[in-house]
Design a protein around this ligand. Structure first.
Ligand code: C2E
Ligand code: CA
Ligand code: CA
Ligand code: CA
Length: 273
């Protein structure tokens, strides 16, 4: 037993070392990508479930590394947060979004993802305003997607003030991955938001999984009761679409319609909108 324990210990040490090395490499690569402004922004359509018409876009950051290929934001966003690079990254994403709105004369709101750490920065609002001014973009062109982790109870009052202010400026606000966090309904009711996004985990197994079906229906009913828009993310199959439409969901997003694409490739769809 002792031996086994020691072996395990060795193995553990080695794998941690390896992991640290990989992380260091990724860290270096990320710093370089930011320095050289190599990150790109792709856009995924949001559509009206009834008419299938485009109602907006979500900006999703993309990193194509020369050696390692495509690296998922699910891995480098948390790293950027950990390294204190998230504001720099977000500024680059927003600048690209503003340029695309200007250059392609986008008339529909473009959603950007805001991480909790970003929102807590005292300069968040100023930076946002400053960037929009620089590109002459109106706040109503931008939707801010906040995850429930942005709504930490300890900061509830500050967050409420900040969001109220942003909404007054004209930004559209939505709660991303709704249903996966812990925001209380009474807090939600006070928040000046426009839209709830039903998390993909509740959409994946629609319509067969009856628990998910009931959760999705409950979120849709609640959004309606609060006078909010509701959008389902991760819609891949016509059966999911049919269920959501029948349940009264207003919008959808997912591979059934389109993945995130470079703005130039969305041009034909935009022309029709
Ligand atoms: P999210 O905001 O929940 O974005 C939705 C994710 O689901 C995206 O993954 C999108 O490509 C993917 N997706 C869309 N439709 C489907 C579908 O039908 N099926 C499946 N299986 N997946 C679908 P992505 O682009 O890898 O982004 C992952 C997460 O990284 C995002 O989750 C978001 O939290 C974060 N993220 C992406 N871009 C940014 C950014 O610019 N800033 C910040 N702070 N976070 C970002
Ligand atoms: Ca999102
Ligand atoms: Ca989401
Ligand atoms: Ca999600």
């Amino acid at each position: 037993a002792k031996n086994a324990g020691r072996n395990q210990y060795c193995f553990y040490q080695e794998s941690v070392g390896q992991q640290t090395q990989n992380e260091l490499k990724l860290e270096q690569a990320l710093r370089q990508a930011l320095q050289q402004q190599h990150l790109q922004v792709f856009y995924q359509p949001k559509v009206c479930l009834k008419t299938q018409q485009l109602t907006g876009l979500e900006a999703l950051v993309r990193w194509q590394h020369r050696e390692h290929g495509f690296i998922s934001p699910a891995s480098f966003i948390p790293l950027a947060e950990k390294l204190g690079l998230i504001s720099l990254l977000s500024d680059q994403v927003l600048a690209q979004v503003c340029r695309d709105i200007r250059d392609y004369k986008l008339a529909l709101p473009v959603a950007v993802n805001i991480s909790a750490m970003q929102l807590l920065e005292p300069t968040f609002s100023q930076r946002l305003q400053h960037q929009l001014q620089q590109y002459q973009i109106a706040p109503k062109c931008i939707e801010l997607e906040l995850t429930e982790s942005c709504l930490i109870p300890e900061h509830a009052d500050n967050t409420l003030m900040l969001l109220t202010n942003l909404r007054q400026q004209g930004f559209r606000l939505s709660i991303d991955d709704f249903g996966t966090g812990y925001s209380s309904l009474s807090y939600l009711r006070r928040l000046p938001i426009d839209c709830l996004k039903i998390d993909r985990s509740f959409v994946d197994e629609l319509p067969d999984n009856s628990e998910d079906a009931q959760i999705a229906q409950a979120i849709i009913a609640m959004a309606k009761a609060l006078g909010l828009d509701v959008i389902a993310e991760g819609v891949e199959h016509p059966q999911q679409q049919a269920f959501l439409l029948k349940a009264g969901c207003s919008m959808a997003q997912g591979y059934l319609y389109a993945p995130a694409l470079p703005i130039a490739e969305l041009n034909s769809q935009l022309a029709k909108a």
